[in-house]
Design a protein around this ligand. Structure first.
Ligand code: GRF
Length: 186
């Protein structure tokens, strides 16, 4: 099975997924796409000898270049791992039910455009939440809105900061995202 990963940042989730399938015959990450030419995830792609694509914004939102590319690669699952652009309708439709995203909070709260990275954890703490966590969900035409696949929680302690909360949430991401990807591809 072929996994395509879209990421905008460091790519720690991408790395965990690559590691998870390294010795498995079930699936492999066949392409990594990023909207940022200097994203850490592209360095991971290079080191792992995985084909990498820097996305052209115009083409992504107006053409079907990337839909065709993913179809030609025989992509079975599209994984958004810290991808900051909304997925255009043609891609959502072409891979309906086969695009998933991970969000570092318990949707439907603390989701939507602009809610990523530290902004999410700051908002959760500012709201006085007693817990946070991750949401892995199907992607549809709206931000952070598709059907929920899995949510896992972590406690928030009074002394927590956006940094300490981010770290607790990241542990959940790294633990669960590869397992959900595997479950969906089985
Ligand atoms: C993670 O917090 C993930 O939940 C969010 O973007 C971040 C990606 O981090 N979607 P990384 O680039 O995988 O380290």
């Amino acid at each position: 099975k072929n996994i395509a990963i879209f990421a905008s940042g460091t790519g720690s989730n991408a790395q965990k997924i690559i590691d998870h399938f390294r010795s498995s015959g079930l699936a492999r990450v066949s392409v990594i796409l990023s909207n940022k030419a200097d994203a850490g995830v592209l360095t991971i792609a290079e080191r792992e000898q995985i084909p990498a694509v820097v996305i052209d914004k115009e083409q992504f939102f107006r053409g079907d270049t990337y839909v065709k590319l993913l179809q030609e690669l025989g992509t079975d699952l599209v994984v958004l791992a810290g991808f900051l652009w909304k997925v255009p309708a043609n891609l959502v439709q072409a891979f309906s039910g086969r695009i998933i995203n991970i969000h570092p909070a318990l949707l439907p709260k603390f989701g939507g455009k602009g809610m990523y990275g530290h902004f999410v954890h700051e908002a959760v703490l500012a709201a006085g939440e007693k817990e946070s966590g991750i949401t892995i969900h199907y992607v549809n035409e709206k931000y952070d809105d598709g059907g929920v696949i899995l949510q896992e929680r972590c406690a928030i302690l009074p002394e927590d900061t956006p940094d300490t909360l981010a770290r607790k949430v990241q542990v959940l991401e790294h633990q669960w995202f590869p397992l959900i990807v595997e479950r969906l591809l089985k």
